[in-house]
Ligand binder design. Sequence first.
Ligand code: NAP
Length: 389
Amino acid sequence: MTRTVTILGATGSVGRSTTALLEAAPEGAFAVEALVAGRDAAALAETARRLRARIAVLADPAGLPALREALAGSGIEAAAGPEAVIEAAARPADWTMAAIVGAAGLHPALAALRRGGTLALANKEALVCAGEIFLRAVRDAGATLLPVDSEHNAIFQALDARDPAMVERIILTASGGPFRTASLAEMRAATPEQAVRHPVWSMGAKISIDSATMFNKGLELIEAARLFPVSPDRIEVLVHPQSAVHGLVQYADGSLLAQLGTPDMRTPIAHALAWPNRMRADVARLDLAALGRLEFSAPDPVRFPALRLAREALLAGGGAPTILNAANEVAVARFLSRRLGFLDIARVVEETMERLGTPPVASLDAVIDLDAAARAEAERIASSLHAPA
Ligand SMILES: NC(=O)c1ccc[n+]([C@@H]2O[C@H](COP(=O)([O-])OP(=O)(O)OC[C@H]3O[C@@H](n4cnc5c(N)ncnc54)[C@H](OP(=O)(O)O)[C@@H]3O)[C@@H](O)[C@H]2O)c1
């Protein structure tokens, strides 16, 4: 049976890994319904032609003429603008990849969820910022939510959820990023070029900076608490520079189950694409003898305050994770455009959290309002700090 697939964020790093799997799959296994991207009309059109998508949609309305021109004669529909993105996400599809970066992916992911089917979630910011509202949408629609983040996908594979009381703890591994062994002075002087150079994974710019600050692991901590039946105090993070073990589950009988693989997003995406079955993925196989050793250590709370801030936000509940995520997005964008120092990213997040506290977020509108308020506050705080020389 052919499965219809939509990709939100089709031109990004996760989007491209997803399209690579679709192209390598047997003819007729998948049919592409909609492809959505932000502003890259040329890349979107080229992907839509290769995958014979039915519709290609850009969030940026200014890109529509270029998209139309690039798709001329292909029979593929072209559309643009935020409304068109939501309509594309809501078109019937069996399986949707949510791989837009940041809270910008929230509305499209919710639109896809509300029409049911399976949502493969890479866009962790959407789940962090909307929390319970996101999960309620999953339940109300009877949709299936599958984690694509490699750590959460690993835990999903290792987790036997039949008896949650027997799960003692889950462990998310972190590569440690490019500054795992850097001094505070080196981190203070870090440039965007140094920070995006991830030692193991090849990813988009925002998540690469999040890996360098470890806010990525902080967001993943909150994501794990939302996805799995384990209380926050039983979710741990271990630095594991080889990135071979992606996640572990400790059971009451002493068993520790892990999922291992090479650092290639095609593996967790393939798992989510074929679930509950499996499919072939042409990724390098993990050669444990060649790797030789696996190292693990506790994260350094001084150089990487992001984990503490994320845990505080998770325990505070309410709108605290929404604030953390929004402030981090603002700070990362400023760092990437050289208007903020690397260590100031966590400073901006912490100060925004302190100033805004823990307001309740009972509705989606409340989440959107709080996200906007946190962005404005974070911009104010960041502009009061000196930009790096
Ligand atoms: N990369 C990884 O290995 C990885 C692993 C685990 C989880 N994730 C998560 O997956 C998500 C995507 O990460 P990525 O590394 O693939 O990011 P990326 O390479 O920067 O790609 C982002 C994608 O989102 C699109 N986009 C940006 N703003 C948009 C908007 N307002 N509306 C619609 N589309 C928009 C971009 O389109 P344009 O190209 O047109 O701008 C692009 O297709 C993030 O939440 C990240 O945390 C990534």
